[in-house]
Design a protein around this ligand. Structure first.
Ligand code: CUA
Length: 388
């Protein structure tokens, strides 16, 4: 009876433990940052080197445990037991347990060294060039050939080699998209000239499988290090070309609206709006998004942020071109919804301690508060989320 109760009580605990072990062994793809399901040859080399080391270690572990148990049982203290034969200084054994580990080390070393060279090799001539720049606490991605700049989410074509040049705008970060592989430190570099980096760390890889792969800064870089995520989006080459075009041709207003339309509203309709100041009402933009666009472009926002095809050309903060298409706001702080973006603009530090962007009422990193009212914040958020 008691035994049955104990067994019942143990049941759920054991099943939780075994499913955890099972999950750890299979490295299920539900873990966005697993290294056990690589999507590039380079990631596969790294995972292979790890698994190779792991299985050698397991063989040694069980061999040693078996020998320890055997020795403990076989040579345990018993009454009248003789002194076992002493093997200290046995030349044959000494040679054996030096040579065997040396051979195992070679088997571990070969794939590991192969991986080091594969990840450090020079790119092929037609590789896609991407500059990844670490900032406290977000990622900037520049495509010098395509003339595209984006932040926190970067696109790449499946099947084409990618050459990522890594540099930092401030402290040491580390670029790591676990399913692609090849974690590498991102170092502050003296920039000799625009686009020139005398000692770049770089990564070369080819992603073989379309999908979205989450990455994370992997070097402690200050207060918001833990919220410095990125998304690699691997798509078919045609889709990549379409993305490049969309990043350059993106209108500053959602489809169906043009700045000209909303800037010159129908005078009759405008007059019908009962507002205390008739002149202001006639000028008032028709939609919340258009209001947001005008506020963004006339306030402090443009000192730090860029949006393609607008007068916003700031380079201090993330480029916000097609911001609405990104999955997160604040480099992984929260899902990208209008409400979250509003909260972010109002008070970034509430969502991400240490964020360098000033809030509506709070200064940050030496920047004064933006002074946006709640209505203005709502309009700007609506516009940004509409940029898809
Ligand atoms: Cu950037 Cu940690």
């Amino acid at each position: 009876m008691i035994r049955n109760a104990t067994r019942r009580a143990r049941g759920p605990g054991v099943s939780v433990l075994s499913s955890a072990l099972l999950a750890a062994c299979t490295g299920g793809t539900e873990y966005a940052q697993t290294t056990f399901h690589p999507v590039s040859g380079e990631g596969a080399i790294q995972n292979g080197a790890f698994m190779n080391t792991f299985w050698w270690t397991m063989v040694i572990l069980f061999l040693v445990y078996f020998l320890v148990v055997y020795v403990v049982v076989r040579f345990r203290e018993r009454p009248d037991s003789p002194q076992p034969r002493q093997i200290h200084g046995h030349t044959g054994l000494e040679i054996l347990w030096t040579v065997i580990p040396a051979i195992i080390t070679v088997f571990i070393m070969i794939p590991a060294v192969r991986g080091v060279f594969a990840l450090q090799r020079a790119p092929v001539a037609d590789a896609l060039e991407i500059e990844a720049i670490g900032h406290q606490w977000w990622w900037e991605f520049r495509y010098p050939t395509e003339g595209v700049v984006t932040a926190n989410q970067f696109y790449l074509p499946v099947g084409r080699e990618v050459h990522v040049r890594l540099s930092s705008a401030d402290v040491i970060h580390s670029f790591w998209v676990p399913r692609i592989g090849g974690k590498r430190d991102v170092l502050p570099q003296p920039r000799v000239a625009e686009g020139e980096n005398p000692r770049p760390n770089h990564l070369v890889f080819t992603v073989d499988e379309a999908g979205q792969y989450r990455g994370q800064c992997a070097e402690y870089c200050g207060e918001a290090h833990a919220i410095m995520a990125m998304q690699a989006v691997a798509v078919a080459p045609e889709e990549f070309a379409a993305w490049v075009r969309s990043m350059k041709d993106t209108p500053a207003l959602p489809a169906g609206e043009t700045a000209a339309e909303v800037a010159a509203p129908d005078p009759v309709a405008a007059a019908a709006v009962a507002e205390p100041s008739g002149a202001a009402a006639a000028q008032a933009p028709a939609t919340l998004e258009e209001q947001g666009r005008q506020i963004f472009l006339s306030k402090a926002c443009i000192a730090c942020h860029s949006v393609a095809n607008t007068s916003a050309k700031g380079r201090v903060g993330p480029n916000l071109t097609r911001f609405g298409a990104r999955p997160y706001v604040g480099a992984g702080a929260l899902p990208n919804t209008a409400e979250n973006v509003e909260q972010w603009i109002r008070d970034p530090q509430l969502l991400k301690a240490g964020a360098l962007m000033p809030g509506a009422q709070k200064e940050a990193a030496g920047f004064p508060p933006t002074g946006l009212t709640d209505d203005e914040v709502r309009a700007v958020a609506a516009w940004l989320v509409s940029l898809r």
